[in-house]
Design a protein around this ligand. Structure first.
Ligand SMILES: O=C1O[C@H](COP(=O)(O)O)[C@@H](O)[C@H](O)[C@H]1O
Length: 243
């Protein structure tokens, strides 16, 4: 099924695609990602795909796993990770393994950020080393507090993360409700997002639709860090939403 037509015009830094049903949203987003990866592989020997975690993207990743790509040429990495081992049920690595890295996509190369016995600083350094290959396609999410990746409003080191020249940083989101029981995290930064030629934001539900309107009404990332998705110079942001 082809993606729904964007609601915003072609010059806007944000293109909004709305779907009537979850099924349409899943397939619209999955087809868009599959096309973006196919086009990348027409231009480059390998494609680099960065994926968010959380609860929203699961069915899209499951659908994308069926895409008829040469997945052995796709490097899959994470937008962010909680300071949990990659087999922890609450880790973003586990989500990606159980949903995307199946079926046709089982042959993709996956880089988890955390590994048993590896300290936080080393995990960040390794993520930054992998990120020397710039991201091509990035899938972002947005929490109900307006966070994206692991950049939370009110987070004490948010300024440093936003200004970092490095693609990944360690963050301490203690006291940020949206971080749940996992305050220590590793996050993509605007510097890490900038290279991607395809940026997608996957959101569902009326609350996030209303939040999106507030996010799009300004440009201060300290209020809503999700604004980096469209204020970071580079590619336009494709927002895929359904009720
Ligand atoms: O904690 C996280 O939350 C966001 C949003 O997740 P959702 O459950 O509201 O969809 C996610 O994008 C991020 O990768 C994750 O670490």
């Amino acid at each position: 099924m082809p993606p729904a037509a964007p609601l915003t015009d072609g010059d806007s830094p944000v293109r909004l695609y709305t779907y009537d049903s979850v099924t349409q949203w899943v397939w619209g987003a999955a087809v868009t990602l599959s096309v973006a990866l196919t086009r990348t592989l027409e231009e480059k020997p390998r494609a680099r795909l960065l994926l968010s975690g959380g609860s929203t993207p699961e069915p899209v990743y499951t659908a994308l796993a069926k895409a008829p790509l040469d997945w052995s040429l796709v490097d899959v990495a994470l937008v962010d990770e909680r300071w949990l081992m990659p087999d922890d049920p609450d880790s973003n690595a586990r989500l990606v393994r159980q949903t995307l890295l199946q079926r046709n996509a089982a042959g993709a190369r996956f880089e988890a950020i955390t590994r048993a016995g590896r300290p936080l600083a080393e995990a960040v350094a390794t993520a930054n080393m992998h990120a020397r290959s710039p991201a091509d396609v990035v899938v972002l999410g947005m929490g109900e507090d307006g966070h994206t990746a692991s950049l939370f409003p009110g987070m004490r080191d948010l300024g440093a993360a936003l200004a970092s020249p490095h693609p990944y940083v360690a963050v301490d989101a203690s006291g940020c409700r949206g971080a749940g029981p996992w305050p220590t995290r590793i996050s993509l930064t605007p510097a890490g997002l900038a290279s991607a030629h395809t940026r997608m934001l996957l959101i569902r539900g009326q609350r996030k639709r209303e939040l999106l309107d507030r996010v799009l009404a300004g440009d201060d990332p300290f209020e809503y860090p999700a604004r980096i998705a469209f204020t970071t110079p580079g590619a336009p942001l494709h927002v895929h939403w359904c009720p």
